[in-house]
Design a binder for this molecule. Structure first.
Ligand SMILES: [Zn+2]
Length: 160
C-alpha cells in the first residue's frame, strides 16, 4: 500500500465531479455549451462592444439584450486568489479559488480554480491557460493551469 507523497497531497485541484452541479438559464447556457466543447467564450454586447461576465440578460452599460458570444484564447491572468485546505468530506483536498482577468475580453473577470500546481507557485499577475474539468451531468468546468515553468509566478511575486 502506498501513501500519496506530500507533494501530491498538496497540489491544487478542483472539486470532484459529483460535488459540482451546473444550472443554466438562457443567458448562461452558451457559456456552458461552449465549455462542453472545450472552448472558452465570453458574452460581448453587440451594441456597445463591452464584455461582461458572469453572463447577464442585459448589458449593464447600455441595457442592450443583443450579444455576441466571442471565443477566447484561453489565456488568463490571476487578479486575486486564495488557498483553501480541506472541504466538507474532503479533508485532504487543496483548492485555489481565483478571480482571473481575461486578456482577450477586457473588463470581464471569471471566478475559477487554479489547478495542477503547488499553491505556493500561484501569484497575483501569474499567467494561466484554460483547461476543462469534468463535473456532473457531462458538463465541463473551465479551470486554469499555470502557464510557463514552475516558479515563474513566484518570480513575478518577488519582483512586485
Ligand atoms: Zn452594451
Amino acid at each position: 500500500m502506498t501513501r500519496p507523497t506530500a507533494t501530491t497531497a498538496t497540489l491544487a485541484t478542483a472539486l470532484p465531479a459529483s460535488a459540482v452541479t451546473i444550472a443554466t438559464d438562457p443567458s448562461t447556457e452558451p457559456f456552458w455549451q461552449a465549455a462542453r466543447e472545450r472552448r472558452l467564450v465570453a458574452p460581448r454586447c453587440a451594441d456597445c462592444g463591452r464584455f461582461r461576465l458572469p453572463p447577464t440578460p442585459f448589458c449593464p452599460h447600455c441595457q442592450s439584450t443583443a450579444v455576441d458570444w466571442t471565443e477566447l484564447s484561453g489565456r488568463a491572468v490571476v487578479y486575486t486568489f486564495t488557498v483553501v485546505r480541506g472541504y466538507p468530506g474532503l479533508p485532504d483536498i487543496t483548492l485555489v479559488p481565483a478571480v482571473v482577468d481575461l486578456p482577450d475580453a477586457p473588463g470581464a473577470r471569471l471566478v475559477t480554480n487554479v489547478v495542477g500546481c503547488d499553491p505556493a507557485d500561484v501569484a497575483i499577475g501569474a499567467e494561466l491557460t484554460v483547461d476543462f474539468h469534468p463535473v456532473s451531468d457531462g458538463w465541463l468546468l473551465p479551470v486554469f493551469r499555470l502557464a510557463g515553468p514552475p516558479g515563474a509566478a513566484r518570480a513575478v511575486r518577488e519582483q512586485a
